[in-house]
Design a protein around this ligand. Structure first.
Ligand code: NI
Length: 136
């Protein structure tokens, strides 16, 4: 990785708040925090722009409604080419927690997530994107 230095003009108050936050987060330097922010921004743009992304979908659903488990499984089989791994956790007596790790084009991930979250009885749905490609 080649490092490039550049000057930035920024609102003083904004920088003060930023420095407070990165101190709380235990960032070693302002540069490291900025690197992470810029990376996150690029990943988000990729997510919206149709590039390849890696991440996970989190689901919580009612364990007692057996048709939900069947539907979640069927959809995952349909998208087996972009699902890397799945972890099923029996969260408590009533709830299942499922983590579906994916890698693929954002339009396919979008479709997968849409199908999962539209299943009747899904209590919670969250998508987290960890990276675009290996180079980030
Ligand atoms: Ni379960």
């Amino acid at each position: 990785m080649k490092i490039k230095r550049f000057g930035v003009s920024i609102d003083e108050e904004l920088l003060k708040k930023f420095d407070e936050i990165i101190k709380e987060e235990n960032y070693p330097t302002r540069s490291k925090a900025l690197n992470d922010l810029i990376r996150e921004y690029i990943v988000k743009k990729e997510w919206l722009g149709g590039g390849e992304i890696t991440g996970a979908i989190f689901l919580i659903y009612d364990h007692h409604k057996r048709e939900i488990v069947d539907k979640v499984t069927d959809i995952q089989h349909d998208f087996h080419n972009i699902i890397i791994s799945t972890l099923h956790i029996h969260l408590d007596i009533d709830n299942c927690f499922e983590i579906i790790a994916f890698r693929g084009l954002s339009k396919d991930i979008n479709l997968l997530n849409k199908k999962l979250k539209n299943i009747k009885g899904i209590k919670s749905n969250f998508v987290s994107i960890i990276s675009k490609k290996e180079e980030i």
